[in-house]
Design a protein around this ligand. Structure first.
Ligand code: ZN
Ligand code: ZN
Length: 217
């Protein structure tokens, strides 16, 4: 609704007449192999574990992301969180479809919103992403995850992030064996790991994480 009242400008470059222009879509920094098979970090050659994930206990089997979290992607994600712009969701979905091979799984689910923040915004990019990806991958969408309020992750160290999200998620009902877990941005992996752990406790045997963007150190 708000879309109609605002002059349309590309959220990345400011070009008029569109929420997100095709040049910026083309330029999004795709993540290409070789990758760490486990955590999805770009590596010099294909590896099964990498410096990022070796020694970490991960509840998910693999993580994949479509684009690197650079300044353009940051602007896109911020605008997408703030306003429910359909063109941004469509752009993000198209790049995930292009870059990430379709997962073999029973269902698609997503990181639920923080209960405090959803009320203010009324829309949730990870849900939009999961709904559209489920359709494109021809998989069912499931919503077993519940989340209670926690401190924001922003500004916390990696160890603090892990502690902050531990126990925030729970899963309701019987969870299928194999689940694709969607989020918008993979930062330290602490959030998706905590949610994957809740899915595993509720019966999932395998959780594959797919995000639109990924922070690479
Ligand atoms: Zn643009
Ligand atoms: Zn790794």
């Amino acid at each position: 609704m708000l879309d109609l009242l605002l002059p349309q400008r590309c959220v990345v470059c400011g070009l008029g007449g569109t929420q997100f222009c095709s040049t910026c879509l083309t330029r999004l920094p795709r993540i290409e192999p070789p990758l760490c098979e486990r955590c999805g970090t770009p590596t010099a050659w294909p590896v099964r574990r990498c410096r990022e994930c070796a020694g970490r206990r991960l509840a998910f089997a693999s993580a994949r992301a479509a684009v690197l979290y650079d300044d353009a992607v940051r602007a896109l994600v911020a605008a997408w969180k703030e306003r429910a712009l359909r063109r941004l969701a469509a752009g993000a979905v198209s790049v995930v479809i292009e870059v990430v091979p379709p997962p073999k799984a029973d269902v698609v689910t997503f990181i639920p919103p923080d209960p405090d923040r959803e009320l203010k915004r009324g829309h949730h990019p990870p849900r939009q992403l999961a709904e559209q990806l489920a359709r494109r991958w021809e998989l069912q969408l499931a919503t077993p995850l519940r989340r209670r309020a926690a401190r924001r992750q922003r500004g916390l160290s990696r160890a603090e992030r892990r502690r902050n999200v531990a126990g925030v998620f729970s899963a309701k009902g019987a969870v299928p064996r194999s689940v694709v877990l969607i989020d918008d941005v993979f930062t330290s992996g602490a959030t998706v790991n905590a949610a994957a752990s809740a899915l595993r406790k509720a019966g999932a045997r395998r959780v594959e994480v797919v995000t639109f963007a990924r922070v690479v150190r």
